[in-house]
Design a protein around this ligand. Structure first.
Ligand code: ADP
Ligand code: ZN
Length: 369
């Protein structure tokens, strides 16, 4: 195997993201961040049968003395709860996990957030190693150290900043990912190009077929570039007071759509997160052109690229613009100054804008192209 691509994430607790096909079988790479003897391998009921035995066997080959426990939750965002968190605490207690124990999160963003938060809390904080198995988790949640669970009152309301010891992304694991989940991850990859680098958008356009065919080299490049963009902005602004907010491009509109649909994406009746962000990015780009900030041609290109990836780009039927606007006003990222939009100066350049008039926003939401 050739050496993995690596991305260094800086900050108070720096760590390395390793990206390559086959890493889930590479015991030395998996065990590198493990200090003590106790490991809790956390996963969900879709991912565990595919990869947990392999990961456990690789770990045992590399570190024969490890005591490895398993913690497996049912799949889905609705499992990211305090109840499951409590069960994770119970699993750590049953394992006899000491302060040098490690939680290994094997799965998508749900497992990563829940297991990361469990690691943040057990004995006031133990190591977590993230093994993301969705493209979304590889390019988004694996950088930045945010961990959380949801409450009935809202998503991610209880959580902590807890950076991982290491992140290991095996591109081969993406071969079993449902196509819809792959596309959702590609929406976030496109987002990085849209806000930071027009050249990366061109690269995505040129490599769209390879990415959709899950070519390991193309995926590794897309993941590494995405993680670099995110690592860079998170290093500049770890607690989201400034530039990190640019990562919300497409998310103000996207979250409003997701909440209005009652997060029906996982049941198949609504858009999932990446799909909602795809629509949201097109709306943000259109609002930017309507305000005279960005060239229309760039908005058209962005839409075409998202469509090549099989992503929706038009407002779903049945959502009232007034209700979406009301949702955006309630978004936790809105403040006393009103809705903060990430708008576009064109491909690769974004900035925060407040004080956009309701009429412009409503007109954008009513445009159902
Ligand atoms: P995300 O990373 O998008 O936040 P989830 O953690 O909810 O999402 O994962 C999305 C779905 O994909 C879940 O049903 C999960 O069990 C499943 N899944 C995750 N990784 C894989 C994989 N590599 N192969 C097959 N299914 C997977
Ligand atoms: Zn997102």
């Amino acid at each position: 195997m050739s050496a993995p691509r690596t991305v260094e994430v800086g900050g108070a607790a720096p760590y390395t993201i390793a990206i390559a096909p086959g890493l889930l079988d590479d015991g030395h790479c998996l065990a590198a961040g493990i200090r003590g003897k106790h490991v809790l391998l956390a996963s969900d009921a879709n991912v565990a049968p595919l990869y947990a035995d392999g990961v456990e066997a690789a770990l045992r080959r590399a570190r024969p003395g490890l005591a490895i426990g398993r913690f497996v939750i049912p799949p889905g965002e609705h499992e990211k709860t305090l109840v499951r968190f409590g069960e994770a605490m119970g699993a750590l207690a049953a394992l006899g996990a000491t302060r040098d124990a490690t939680v290994i999160a094997l799965g998508g963003g749900v497992v990563g957030d829940l297991a990361g938060f469990a690691a943040a809390c057990w004995m006031r904080g133990i190591d977590v190693v993230q093994l993301p198995t969705t493209l979304l988790a590889m390019v988004d949640s694996s950088v930045g150290g945010k961990t959380a669970v949801d409450l009935p009152a809202g998503k991610n309301l209880v959580g902590a900043f807890h950076p991982p010891r290491a992140v290991v992304a095996d591109t081969r694991a993406l071969r079993t990912l449902p196509k819809r989940e792959l596309r959702a991850g590609l929406a976030e990859v496109v987002k990085y190009g849209a806000i930071f680098d027009a050249g990366f958008l061109d690269w995505l356009d040129a490599n769209a077929d390879a990415l959709l065919a899950r070519d390991d080299a193309a995926l590794a490049e897309a993941i590494a570039r995405s993680c670099e963009f995110k690592a860079d902005v998170v290093a500049r602004d770890p607690r989201e007071h400034g530039d990190r907010a640019l990562l919300n491009f497409g998310h103000t509109f996207g979250h409003a759509i997701e909440t209005e649909q009652g997060y029906a994406g996982t049941s198949g009746d609504g858009l999932n997160h990446g799909e909602a962000v795809a629509v949201g990015m097109v709306l943000a780009a259109r609002l930017s052109t309507a305000l005279g900030l960005a060239p229309m041609a760039d908005a058209v290109h962005l839409q075409a690229l998202l469509q090549r990836f099989g992503l929706p780009t038009g407002m779903p039927a049945g959502l009232a613009p007034e209700r979406l606007l009301a949702r955006m006003r309630l978004d936790k990222k809105a403040d006393a100054g009103g809705i903060r939009f990430v708008l576009w100066d064109g491909a690769g350049r974004a900035r925060l804008v407040t004080g956009v008039g309701d009429a412009e926003v409503l007109a954008t939401l009513a445009d159902t192209r």
